[in-house]
Design a protein around this ligand. Structure first.
Ligand SMILES: [Zn+2]
Length: 80
């Protein structure tokens, strides 16, 4: 898979943000059907959270989004 220049720019921007806050210059993104679903940067130092690596932050964001989508779908299915 080849990332677009726009997505590469997003990753670089997040990495710079992360580093400027004293975190490691890490970032990540998740695509779904070739569309951006979520992105995240490392928040370990700035968030005072040793577990806030960009990939862990990203997984949490995707889980939250998917849960919201699931609830919206269920609410839609049961609308009467
Ligand atoms: Zn990590």
């Amino acid at each position: 898979m080849k990332l677009s220049d726009k997505l590469i720019g997003l990753l670089i921007g997040l990495m710079k943000n992360s580093a400027q806050k004293g975190n490691l210059a890490n970032s990540g993104l998740v695509l779904e059907d070739n569309k951006l679903l979520a992105s995240a940067e490392s928040l370990v130092a700035s968030g005072h959270d040793a577990t806030a690596h960009s990939e862990r932050v990203l997984v949490a964001k995707v889980c939250r989004l998917k849960k919201q989508q699931l609830y919206a779908r269920v609410a839609d299915d049961f609308r009467c």
